[in-house]
Design a protein. Sequence first.
Length: 557
Amino acid sequence: MDLKKISDDITVSPQITADDIPAIKAAGFRSILCNRPDGEAADQPTVTELQAAATAAGLEMRYQPVVPGKVSDADAKAFATNMRELPGPVLAYCRTGTRSATLWSLAAAKTMAPADILAATKAAGYDMAGVVRRIVNGGKTPTDSGDASFDVVIVGGGAAGISVAASLQARKASLNIAIIDPADIHYYQPGWTMVGGGIFEAQDTARTMGSLIPKGVHWIKSAVAAFEPKDNAVILDGCRVVKYTRLIVAPGLKLDWHGVEGLVETLGKNGVTSNYRYDLAPYTWELVRGMTSGRALFTQPPMPIKCAGAPQKAMYLSGDAWVRAGVIKDIDIQFMNAGGVLFGVKDYVPALETYVKKYGVDLNFFHTLKAIDGPGRTATFKVAKPDTEPTEVTVEFDMIHVVPPQVAPDFIRVSPLADAAGWVDVDQSTLRHKEYDNIWSLGDVMNAPNAKTAAAARIQAPIVAQNVADDIAGRSPTAVYNGYGSCPLTVERGKIVLAEFGYGGTLLPSFPKWMLDGTKPSRAAWLLKEKVLPPIYWKAMLRGKEWMASPEPVSAN
């Protein structure tokens, strides 16, 4: 007997026998639902036999036979009725469990999000790709697909998506390109650290999406529900279908605010803030400016996260503000880091350690934030140091800057495009999907082992654009990605440690050392961050002007 739990209410399995009934009863099931017609195989027990054994064991059993490959809308409706009427939990079975899982998926589609249904069935070992359009359509067979078709479809209108659209359009202006994104506003997210430090105004980091979509590129203002890569189709909310010849996936990642117990309820009050949200970054500065004594916590979750240096950027700028206000001696700064090092590239650590000492920061490694009690002003951390039993510690705070756990978007994690961890599975050099050769990915959502930063997307966009153009021309890829990412670490107001590195922590400085030594804090790097990078972002990167971002060609050797 192979039981595969989908939810607390329903478990599915392959064919059962009368001998399995006692174990099914012992496992806590109260009902059995048979979805396999009698007589499919010579060794198959009849429903009558099983029903007798179930009744003897005190279990209710129903027979709802479904022909393989022919699950109708009426079948799904009947399954929903059975699930509603039968005492739970229910064990549903067929030959392999797939029909039962399919029936549950279609029945659940009226009340559950498609990504949640696909995640539940995937976890149980069942692939619902064949009925994904019906799931998105509320469990019913679509009557009109309403297909739109484009040469290139780009999922995501963030830094990566718009940049690659502009770079691709610059190479092949005749292409019919569409960007799919439901958002009205596009944000310059690297600026939020500066908002939290009192340097930028929040409104200066926002533009309307419509003003940034490249002219001639279609904007489909909708959310993506699922992918059908074998059919070259993207399924939108509402079951609209968008077809493509080539697909570029760049929707960014998901900030999992619900991943910390109590966090959502207290964000933006009780001294709980985060520069990872547009509306909260000003609250960070409000807290810093108003704090004259007490304890300030700064958290960093497990990797991967968007801009690995951002958690401590907030800490350094806050510390600098308290130094300037003359109150630093009365503030206890604690850095609660889920990882085991201050920064992943060791060349930059000495400079950062100088500022840790300057601000009197206590470093707490292997501390992962689990829960927050906002009104009580306490934060609970799981402490999992190597070779020791995990423990928990609760710390009081007056202010806490939280960086939430970060995962791939739900519709990516449950899709055929994802690796085991949920990220889009690409070749780290060409950024082409490992299985589907007409799909590419860039930005925070793909699984190449690089830092997830806007600077990385700036380099990746022309690389993907060039390789897509090469593919259209019938050539092999001519551009490779070396893992470049940049993290301007704002160690004090007016100085930055400009970390630039690629795969394996290799240093990849953009400027000669005599001009700007990125391993040391410098005024020049600050000016780059404050004055130069924002206009480069708005006026060059998002417009396909590849300043200092020309693709690195494939070696001829």
